[in-house]
Design a protein around this ligand. Structure first.
Ligand code: NAP
Ligand code: MG
Length: 493
């Protein structure tokens, strides 16, 4: 708090009230200058010794050099996974597998702050989120699926069913929740008795490599989890490898379609978790203050780098003005900046490429005639930043109403009747998630029956629990992750 002395008095102005810096110390994590691939229980350089750099998007500072896996490395990883599946992990009793998975869950929890700091450094997300959401949920996923490992016969496949693991799983994940997506992939696969070759995103490999270290620490038998770092070509090599029995992909719809083409006719089992363009529907009887918080959480959580983000706000016309007023006021209080400051609400955009995409789509929104608004907000000079942005006057035909922006950009549309809300909400090729805000339980049920989305949140948004299945329809993909349903993807029942 600062005051300005004036005639012996101290006057306080609005702008005088400042948050003190609340830095999370960075020393808890040690980043090595370089990292190898994690294959057969050991870290080793790529066969051709190629590497790439990973940076901190908030400062553009290089963090480490990471091995770039080529086809030979992927082949070695798949062979290691096959041997581990045949000799160790496949035959191991479920209760025994569970002990390793529990151990991984516990170690993640014990090293939580280290994971959180590393995630915020490599990804740019606020420490508040990596600390309170990503890391605890990742640990919870391993805890949850550990519990299933010795109960697969009771997982709902029918009386007397003896579900069996599929074999080697090739898993490719995006950069928006690097550790959490790794947990979503590995935990159910391991519980079901499969072995894994996981490819993290190029811009965020570090927490997956720390997780590899945790696997070592947990004494996980060699070859059960293999982590091959690299870019799109490495991912393509994993999914195309003939030794992979099951492909699990989370990423863009475009790459998902490429993978489907490459896997066609191979007999590989597939799950696809792809993009989204969710409607967050606010009715006139909704608790507006709560709805404002839900809208903010829906689109500004993780800089909007969220597949299920509530990127289209559909608000009933009668309350649109008052809701937007309150929303703008709330956005004025969001704090953008250093991801390692514990007060930061909005961190950095993950990469230059993603920033360019957000800028282009926002420019398209303006060019198509929508009105753009952002709160006064100073962007740091270095790093990749984009202010929270709201577009009003958006029509369903606008690009910003149709395409996934994957950034902190909200498109606002209005509706008059519930039927119109349904029609507008479903007017998208995606079908991953949606939100509904209303006081009436009957209206929630009426709407959720009509929304074509894998997950619908009522009077809340972006709630996750390992016991709850998640996944999409149409161009958002198929298959479910999480809960009992998440096991099905890794079992032949
Ligand atoms: P992306 O470009 O599709 O990348 C996802 C992963 O696939 C990355 O590891 C990427 O490697 C790799 N990859 C790229 N080309 C590949 C290819 N030809 N074959 C195999 N793998 C390949 O997606 P992104 O831009 O990183 O992530 C954002 C997208 O993911 C958004 O559309 C979002 O909606 C979606 N997403 C969906 C969910 C869900 O659960 N439905 C969750 C999170 C994100 P590199 O990045 O290293 O090049
Ligand atoms: Mg990075």
């Amino acid at each position: 708090m600062k005051g300005s002395g004036k005639g012996g008095r101290t006057e306080l102005t609005d702008s005088a009230w400042q948050y003190a810096p609340a830095p999370q110390e960075r020393e808890i994590v040690t980043i090595a200058p370089s990292y190898g691939l994690f294959v057969n229980g050991e870290f080793a350089p790529a066969a051709d010794e190629r590497t790439f750099a990973t940076i901190n998007p908030a400062s553009e500072e290089p963090l480490a050099e990471v091995a770039l896996a080529g086809e030979a490395d992927v082949d070695r990883a798949v062979r290691a996974a096959r041997t581990a599946f045949d000799k160790v992990w496949g035959p191991m009793p479920g209760a025994q597998r569970a002990k390793y998975i529990y151990r991984i869950a516990r170690i993640i929890a014990e090293r939580a702050r280290e994971f959180a700091v590393l995630e915020s450094l490599d990804n740019g997300k606020p420490i508040k989120e990596s600390r309170d959401v990503d890391v605890p949920l990742a640990s919870a996923h391993f805890f949850y699926y550990a519990g299933w490992a010795d109960k697969l016969e009771y997982a709902g496949f029918g009386l007397g069913a003896r579900p069996r693991p599929i074999g080697v799983a090739g898993q490719v994940i995006p950069w928006n929740f690097p550790l959490l997506m790794a947990a979503w992939k590995l935990a159910p696969a391991l519980a079901a008795g499969n072995t894994c070759v996981l490819k993290p995103a190029e811009t965020t490999p570090l927490t997956a490599l720390l997780l590899a270290e945790v696997c070592q620490q947990a004494g996980l038998p060699e070859g059960v989890v293999n982590i091959v770092t690299g870019a799109g070509d490495t991912g393509a090599a994993v999914v195309a490898h003939p030794g992979v029995d099951k492909v699990a992909f989370t990423g863009s719809t475009e790459v998902g379609k490429q993978i489907l083409r490459s896997a066609a006719g191979t007999g590989k089992k597939l799950t696809m978790e792809l993009g989204g363009k969710a409607a967050n529907v606010v009715f006139e009887d909704a608790p507006l203050e709560a709805a404002v918080e839900g809208i903010v959480n829906g689109i500004f959580f993780n800089q909007g780098h969220v597949c299920c983000a509530g990127s289209r706000l559909l608000v009933q016309e009668s309350v649109a003005d008052i809701l937007l007023d309150r929303l703008r006021r709330r956005l004025g209080t969001l704090r953008l900046g250093d991801p390692l400051d514990k007060n930061t609400d909005i961190g950095a955009i993950n990469s230059r490429e993603q920033l360019d995409k957000i800028r282009d789509l926002s420019a398209a929104g303006e060019a198509e005639g929508a009105q753009r608004w952002s709160p006064p907000c100073q962007l740091p000079e270095r790093g990749y930043w984009f202010p929270p942005t709201v577009f009003t006057g958006v029509s369903p035909a606008h690009q910003i109403a149709r395409e996934e922006i994957f950034g902190p950009v909200l498109s606002v549309l209005t509706f008059r009747t519930p039927e119109e809300a349904v029609a507008k909400a479903n007017n998208t090729p995606y079908g991953l998630s949606a939100g509904v805000w209303t006081e009436k339980g009957s209206r929630i049920l009426w709407l959720t029956q009509r929304l074509r989305a894998g997950v619908v949140w009522a009077n809340t948004y972006n709630r996750f629990d390992p016991a709850s299945p998640f996944g999409g329809y149409r161009e958002s993909g198929f298959g479910r992750e999480g809960g009992r349903h998440g096991l099905e993807a890794y079992l032949d029942a």
